[in-house]
Design a binder for this molecule. Structure first.
Ligand SMILES: Nc1ncnc2c1ncn2[C@@H]1O[C@H](COP(=O)(O)OP(=O)(O)OP(=O)(O)O)[C@@H](O)[C@H]1O
Ligand SMILES: Cc1cc2nc3c(=O)[nH]c(=O)nc-3n(C[C@H](O)[C@H](O)[C@H](O)CO)c2cc1C
Ligand SMILES: [Mg+2]
Length: 217
């Protein structure tokens, strides 16, 4: 395993997602082994891996992106700041677009025999990017929502962070996932990625159509 101490805190080009991203995956949230919350304290929404058939060259690893949940089944309510609803305070859509970090693969630490797609949904952040204090507060606890098993989930994968590793301890795995969340946050806060979260009017037509796909349930 390479040096895990001095990881870069941003991943992917500043100019925006580059091929093969954005990658679209969707499906109902299914049950996994129930280890994410129980053993790691990090809940991950698992979706079927079938959608990956369309991307046979996609390597296993950790990625960042944006997620929407079917508002017919799950409505996000939060006492967050006025602009913290993930829609930039706008009224275009009531469906929250969440920042997310995900793992695709076999979880080498657990030696799974089937490939899983597991998404940790992070707390929405304001359009001007995560404030330092907000970011530090989120480092202490992983974001926890009420359960939403069975809810349809749309995911746009926007960038690659790192390969999956085996670890010497559970703590080392959890610490690396904590850094992944920070990398995802900082990566998504850049203008060419934040537009997927907030959908400002000046977004390009491709961003607009990808957001339409994301919000279509
Ligand atoms: N921030 C969050 N991100 C993702 N899922 C969340 C979040 N908060 C709550 N959940 C809920 O927790 C569930 C995931 O819990 P957990 O990952 O522990 O179990 P699992 O997916 O069934 O199994 P596995 O441990 O194999 O992934 C999700 O399906 C969802 O209903
Ligand atoms: C952002 C993120 C990164 C992960 N990285 C790894 C990893 O490098 N190795 C691993 O075995 N599991 C990894 N996992 C999966 C983790 O082991 C899994 O979520 C739990 O086992 C619950 O299934 C990661 C999960 C997330 C959400
Ligand atoms: Mg899970």
């Amino acid at each position: 395993m390479p040096d895990r101490q001095n990881r870069p805190l941003v991943a992917g080009p500043d100019g925006g997602p580059s091929s093969p991203f954005p990658i679209k995956l969707s499906g109902p949230v299914i049950k996994g082994f129930g280890r994410g919350s129980r053993e790691l304290g990090i809940p991950t929404a698992n979706i079927p891996a079938d959608g990956l058939k369309e991307y046979p060259d996609l390597e296993s690893g950790v990625y960042y992106g944006v997620v929407a949940l079917d508002p017919g089944r799950f409505m996000y309510t939060s006492g967050e700041t006025a602009n913290g609803d993930g829609n930039g305070g706008g009224k275009k859509s009531t469906t929250t677009v969440f920042p997310a970090v995900l793992s695709i693969g076999f979880n080498p630490y657990y030696k799974n025999t089937v490939r899983s797609v597991e998404i940790h949904i992070m707390a929405p952040f304001a359009p001007n990017g995560p404030a330092e204090a907000e970011s530090q507060a989120q480092e202490k606890h992983f974001h926890k929502l009420p359960d939403f098993y069975g809810t349809n989930l749309n995911l746009l994968i926007l960038g690659y962070i790192r390969p999956e590793y085996d670890y010497v301890s559970l703590e080392a795995l959890v610490e690396d996932i904590r850094v992944d969340c920070e990398v995802a946050r900082r990566s998504l806060a850049r203008d060419a990625y934040a537009c997927y979260l907030f959908g400002d009017d000046s977004s390009s037509s491709s961003v607009k159509s990808e957001r339409e796909w994301l919000l279509d349930f």
